[in-house]
Ligand binder design. Sequence first.
Ligand code: ADP
Length: 426
Amino acid sequence: MGIRLGCVADDFTGATDLANNLVRAGMRVVQLIDVPPAGAEREMDADAVVIALKSRTVPAADAVEASLRALAWLRSAGAEQIYFKYCSTFDSTPAGNIGPVTEALMDALGTDFTIATPAFPDNGRTVFKGHLFVGDVLLSESGMRHHPLTPMTDSNLVSVLGAQTARAVGLIDHTVVADGAEAIKARIEALREDGFGLAVVDAVSNDDLVRLGAAVQGLPLVTAGSGLAVGLPANWGFKPSRAAAQLPPAGGHRAIVSGSVSVATNGQVLRYLRSGQPAYSVDPLRVAAGEDVVGRALAFAESHLDEGPVLVYSTESPDTVRNVQGRLGSAEAGELVEGTLARIAQGLVDRGVRQLVVAGGETSGAVVQALGVTGLRIGPQIDPGVPWCAASLPGGDTLHITLKSGNFGGPDFFTVAFAHLDEETA
Ligand code: ADP
């Protein structure tokens, strides 16, 4: 049987977030890193596939091209409905990429109407009268107004999206959404007849998203943050179940690779160090000086892997990081550390690590690429938004891996993650 829902996500951690929500609503989900070659779709054993692109901030034409390739692949895999996933803060500019990608997908699918809502009430993202709130404040008053690539200075999504599309953008407001799926459907029909091609939809609660989910059954395309995933799987009769998150049994050694410098990860690393478990610190300045940091880290890990999880980390306080960045340049330091940690992760896997925690969004991308991982089966959630996944290594072995972006996870995340895997795959 082919897949039901095919998703195109505009970045990697957003893709995981969506996949995680779909699993929790009862679908078995595979996340693919970029569009696989044609033909691979025949091996897909999943109810939904999420293709992770890096199309959020690239030029609009490139985002459109990549999204259309993803769409073609998902359709050949049998997807009955397409979900374009973007950020819950609607990260975009008047040049795109949400509008142009949406319109290109609509044209390719031959559909004249779709909806847009970044609402994800569980994460404090709500849409009311077309205005997006981040927690208690309007998007335009949130930190997003200073974002370096996609500053969001207008909270009115009808006008934000309208500036990015040739089609007219309407609104399905909360009074309609509160009335239920039939009312939403009627409003969609009315908007369509009035010549609208898109509608921003209000949602201030999960119940709103569930009603919206039921109403968009049959639309070839939906566009949303990851919140709408709460309401879609039920359209195919899926219900929350442990079976949806089932992963193969875990084995092998355990390790943690942390290149995140966020506050939460700093706390998690500190907690782990205090517990007295083996840990190796990667100093970017030593790497830059040409020392064999990779070799030393791996020698250290090799002598401790039998004892339990080994942590290899570059995580440091903001002051230390600023000092390194001042000496090496920010981008250069980032690339240097990502490359080093990716080679260490590869070395750890070569030494029998089959359960790996990676901390840091960019770090995760570098590690996954170095390991040659092209797809992840999404398993049970450890902490909100962070699931365990199973990946096939190029040699055929299974690697259990979790990719934690910066500020996710509780203070004991590293310890909790492995305990969780023991319970879930026992
Ligand atoms: P997060 O998800 O917390 O933002 P990322 O991995 O996405 O984590 O980003 C952290 C960036 O900081 C990466 O580019 C990483 O290579 C870089 N980095 C990590 N440790 C250091 C360090 N000690 N000094 C300078 N840069 C670092």
